[in-house]
Design a protein around this ligand. Structure first.
Ligand code: ATP
Ligand code: MG
Length: 356
């Protein structure tokens, strides 16, 4: 029996609804598969925890998390607390300290769903977006001078290091190589940003030599946004900087139906630290407590977690369960249905139990 230790953090808002649903599904999956055991520990960290203790997580929280193989995370963010405090106090604290430099976002139209793009359904969009998650435009390097004066100036400097660019490229090439089409699109803006982006292109060309089986192509980010909409079938794996991939992946999410289905993984591919698996959506306080949060993104991210833990068969079984539910029309209101979180969870569990 293989054992995996999972730290579950529901966090804020609907995070506290979708993570318990995800744990129910994982328990059913573990029973059905019978060849691995998940040891789950739940942590009540987040904005409520902050109100009680003055911290989003305990001082030794990171030390605690280091004992786990993976982190299953809901959402963080509270309408009454600044994002700086909530995000940096918990989610980004984990991402940065555990050097989760690769943010992976699979994007697919699930059976039973329709893209808002006319004529685009299941099978037409099947992408993986690889986002650099540790430096680039979000490095926080810059400053302000001459505040309030006519000569006021603000700078925001992107930081690209050889280590940083090379490791995200290698991750992207490895993912592209593992997929049937073996196609990687390297997105930059090297016609206008002539230092960092040219450097990206150079490193991509160097890393490409180690992956002769992968067809690499280059695309400018603006052209890529248009191609997402106009030729979605021409895309497979995409790698882009922190900022570019941030924008592209929101577009990708919108093109596949709802934020409620989009999963992500924040990986430390070297496995020095636990990686973190979460839905892309936030805490969504507008629907919190109503029992209608779509748990599909949280289930799908559990597939990614299982893959990372080496449980590919269980991951595939869970994905079949999710697809059975969506194909069967068990959809929450964000997807035009009237099912509750619980209905979707039960449909997925029933599909897992009936799966051969
Ligand atoms: P954040 O500030 O963390 O981004 P947010 O509260 O602004 O969070 P999101 O959670 O990102 O909002 O989502 C935006 C809207 O999309 C929500 O207000 C909600 O109506 C809808 N939404 C997001 N996730 C889900 C979900 N899982 N199920 C149903 N609707 C969702
Ligand atoms: Mg938001």
């Amino acid at each position: 029996m293989r054992h995996h230790r999972i730290a579950a953090i529901g966090g804020d808002g609907i995070g506290q609804e979708v993570i318990p649903a995800g744990l129910d599904v994982l328990r059913a999956l573990q029973e059905r598969c019978g060849d691995f055991a998940l040891e789950v520990e739940e942590f009540p960290w987040g904005s409520d925890f902050y109100r009680e203790t003055g911290r989003m997580m305990p001082e030794d929280g990171l030390e605690t998390l280091k004992r786990f193989d993976a982190i299953y995370f809901g959402a963080v963010g509270d309408p009454h607390l600044p994002d700086d405090l909530t995000l940096w106090g918990l989610r980004l604290n984990i991402c940065q300290n555990f050097d989760q430099y690769a943010n992976i976002r699979p994007t697919r139209v699930l059976p039973g769903l329709q893209s808002p793009l006319r004529g685009v359904g299941p099978g037409d969009i099947d992408w993986v977006i690889v986002r650099e998650n540790s430096e680039g435009e979000y490095a926080g390097h810059g400053g302000r001078a001459h505040r309030g004066q006519d000569i006021e100036v603000a700078t925001e400097t992107s930081i690209f290091t050889r280590v940083g660019v090379e490791r995200i490229m290698r991750t992207a090439f490895r993912i592209a190589a593992s997929r049937p089409r073996k196609l990687l699109t390297v997105v930059t803006k090297s016609n206008a940003q002539r230092h960092g982006m040219v450097f990206w292109d150079e490193v991509a060309a160097q890393v490409a030599k180690d992956f002769p089986e992968v067809r690499m192509e280059k695309e400018l980010v603006d052209a890529m946004a248009a191609r997402f909409v106009r030729k979605p079938g021409s895309i497979d794996t995409v790698v882009a900087t922190n900022l570019h991939a941030d924008i592209l992946s929101d577009l990708a999410g919108a093109l596949t139906g709802s934020l409620g289905i989009a999963p992500t993984a924040n990986l430390d591919p070297e496995r020095r630290f636990p990686s973190m698996f979460e839905p892309i959506h936030g805490s969504a306080f507008d629907i919190t407590g109503k029992g209608v949060a779509n748990p599909v993104a949280t289930f799908w991210t559990a597939c990614m977690m299982l893959d990372h833990l080496g449980e590919a068969a269980a991951s595939a079984r869970l994905m079949r369960g999710i697809e059975a539910a969506t194909a069967g029309g068990v959809l929450t209101p964000d997807l035009g249905g009237s099912a509750s979180t619980k209905d979707v969870t039960e449909a997925v569990i029933a599909a897992i139990r009936g799966d051969n």
